[in-house]
Design a protein around this ligand. Structure first.
Ligand code: 13P
Length: 252
């Protein structure tokens, strides 16, 4: 039995005031949702603020990126150990925005994944194809090679402590969601790839769907056998929408 996760990826949005407001609503309304793990991933500069706003509430804290290095002369970077120090349990790695805009490659993402595990963080490894790749029939070639790059470099054992997020690039921030069938098809294939390495780890690994998840489509996405929750961008900035998505996951 896999416990669902709903993670809010705030991306580079918000300020101290809007975060106070959003977290106030989340802390008040996410209590008692034991069937789902809820998680927020603010910009790194707000992690401490969010941690103190969470207090004793059962909302976990995650970062949106981490360095592959432990410490030293890496201007502008945040070490995984620093994120743990601030109270993070999770870190999003290999998001398509980091791949496309900041040029992150599979090898660097695998190094970050290994460093995150080593520091005690749970990585949320993002994989996903562009529209062109989907239309040319290459979805599973792309998703499979992104996933295998990390499986081969870090070992399948590390996926006992990791989460995978399938985020089709064409669905991110576009309002175009994958259909439940499209999501399930890729999620099942992703789990089958992990199973080629280790069936037990594959059965336990949580695979989240991301890409224009909202309060209206969450329930039908989460109803699929291999969809274990969501990685939510835009809708995670609106308290009522995020709460509704968390409730949908708790009921799935
Ligand atoms: P949207 O939910 O805004 O499409 O973003 C998805 C995403 O990139 C989450 O990491």
């Amino acid at each position: 039995m896999r416990t669902a996760i709903v993670a809010g990826n705030w991306k580079m949005n918000g300020n101290s005031e809007s975060i106070n407001e959003l977290m106030g609503a989340l802390v008040d309304n996410l209590q008692g949702l034991d069937a789902v793990e809820t998680l927020v991933c603010p910009p790194a500069v707000y992690l401490s603020q969010v941690k103190s706003l969470i207090g004793n509430a059962s909302v976990a804290l995650g970062a949106q990126n981490a360095s592959q290095f432990e410490s030293g002369a890496y201007t502008g970077e945040n070490a995984p150990g620093m994120l743990v120090d601030l109270g993070c349990q999770y870190v999003i790695l290999g998001h398509s925005e980091r791949r496309a805009i900041f040029g992150e490659k599979d090898a660097e993402i695998a190094a970050k994944f290994a460093a995150a595990i080593e520091a005690g963080l749970t990585p949320i490894l993002c994989v996903g194809e562009t529209l062109e790749e989907r239309e040319s029939g290459n979805t599973m070639n792309v998703v499979g090679s992104q996933l295998k790059a990390v499986l081969d470099a870090c070992g399948v054992g590390s996926f006992a402590k990791a989460v995978i997020a399938y985020e089709p690039v064409w669905a991110i921030g576009t309002g175009k969601t994958a259909t439940p069938e499209q999501a399930q098809e890729v999620h099942r294939a992703v789990r089958a790839i992990v199973a080629e390495y280790d069936a037990e780890i594959a059965a336990g690994v949580r695979i989240l769907y991301g890409g224009s998840v909202n309060a209206a489509n969450a329930a039908e996405l989460f109803a699929n056998a291999d969809v274990d929750g969501g990685l939510v961008g835009g809708a995670s900035l609106k308290a009522n929408d995020f709460i509704a998505i968390c409730r949908a996951a708790a009921q799935a």
